[in-house]
Design a binder for this molecule. Structure first.
Ligand code: MRU
Length: 372
């Protein structure tokens, strides 16, 4: 592995000259930092499905670059033919993972660019798509930074923070969402003590969160998923910060499997749970968590992956949902780039979107506190 710090790598990058999407292959971490180039729809689909690129915001940006590159290949000057091919590729990429709404959100946003430029020559539409995808990446960085600023108001110097899965820089284009307050606090001398759940079965907490936080000099302690109760009972945790894959209009939140257990344990020990959510992850079309499709993953991730020898009997039934839903009443606040939404979320999330619309310009994010 090179001497380069993991934080210096781009999670997702456009290599337009070579018509490729470049990603840091997260399945190789922490052992090896390898950048891979993806050119075909199948390569991009597989990278998303296999979690080579993962984390809701990073998936969104990868899909935006991906659909631009696939649209760029369309060899036609006719808008109808171009749009048909665009939609075919869009549907294909969208089928890679169902839970993180950022995937369909990013692809729909790219489709809107096609529609808005329908009267222009196809070459100009391709340029507009490229511009939009680049803007989405830049926006992600600004959004994460704003989430970090709001999140930082919820904690104080020396606090213990527990996080689950990886909602870090590796899951976004910079800062992360749940880690953004931690990184900003680190820069400002807050000396947080972070507990990272290892996050079975794919170990995003151990392989990615513990890795990126320790590479950044953050005081991080890795724990197994079944240890969060112990550290909370010890009084070592002042707040839980997690990311999310889809927030419903009532505040129910889908995030990595195990998040709902952390939230239930945190309620027992009166530790507030904050969900860090870019507005791109809030799905106002979905009323409650019951409507969120939960991705089911293959059994070998539980029985064999990561083990030298298989650790379960052949043929045993395996249930392997990638995400679970945390009920809104277990969430103390939803930290967005437009402020912190508090219960009742049906009202405060609407207010967040009203502020977003009012701001018009996504780079303008006034500070505010919502709800009670
Ligand atoms: O299956 P993954 O690794 O893509 O799951 C990721 C998570 O659950 C993250 O917490 C979520 O996407 C937020 S990332 C800022």
């Amino acid at each position: 592995m090179s001497n380069k710090n993991i934080m210096e790598y781009e999670t997702v990058e456009l290599d337009d000259e070579n018509s490729a999407l470049k990603i840091l292959d997260q399945t190789k971490l922490p052992g090896k930092a390898e950048i891979i180039s993806l050119k075909t729809g199948e390569e991009i689909w597989n990278a998303i499905y296999l979690l080579k690129v993962r984390g809701a915001p990073a998936i969104g940006v990868a899909a935006a670059f991906g659909i631009y590159l696939l649209a760029k290949k369309a060899d036609t000057e006719d808008y109808e033919a171009f749009y048909k091919e665009f939609c075919r590729q869009k549907e294909y990429l969208n089928s890679a993972r169902p839970t993180a709404v950022n995937l369909s959100w990013a692809l729909s946003r790219m489709e809107q660019v096609c529609a808005a430029n329908a009267q222009k020559p196809v070459a100009q539409i391709k340029e507009a798509l490229k511009k939009e995808a680049i803007a989405m990446k830049e926006e992600d960085i600004r959004v994460c930074k704003a989430i970090g600023e709001y999140g930082l108001t919820l904690v104080k110097e020396g606090d213990g923070i527990l996080t689950h899965c990886n909602a870090g820089q590796l899951a976004t284009c910079k800062y992360g969402t749940a880690t953004a307050p931690i990184y900003l606090g680190q820069e400002r001398g807050y000396h947080f003590r972070v507990f990272a759940d290892e996050t079975r079965p794919l170990l995003q907490g151990a392989r990615l969160t513990a890795y990126e936080l320790s590479a950044s000099g953050v005081d991080v302690t890795l724990i197994c998923d079944n240890m969060s109760g112990a550290v909370m009972r010890n009084g070592w945790v002042n707040a839980v910060f997690v990311g999310c894959d889809r927030v419903a209009a009532n505040g129910d939140t889908a995030n990595k499997i195990g998040t709902s257990v952390v939230a239930a344990v945190a309620a027992r020990y009166h530790v507030p749970v904050y969900v860090c959510a870019p507005t791109s992850t809030i799905d106002m079309e979905t009323s409650t968590g019951a409507e969120i499709t939960i991705e089911q993953r293959p059994p070998h991730e539980v029985t064999e992956m990561w083990y030298e020898n298989r650790m379960a009997p052949e043929g045993v039934k395996v249930y392997n949902p990638a995400f679970d839903v945390t009920d809104h009443d277990l969430i103390a606040g939803i930290v967005t780039e437009y402020g912190i939404a508090r219960a009742p979320y049906t009202e405060s999330l609407k207010e967040i979107f009203r502020k977003k619309q009012e701001a018009g310009n996504p780079s303008c994010m006034p500070y505010m506190e919502m709800g009670i």
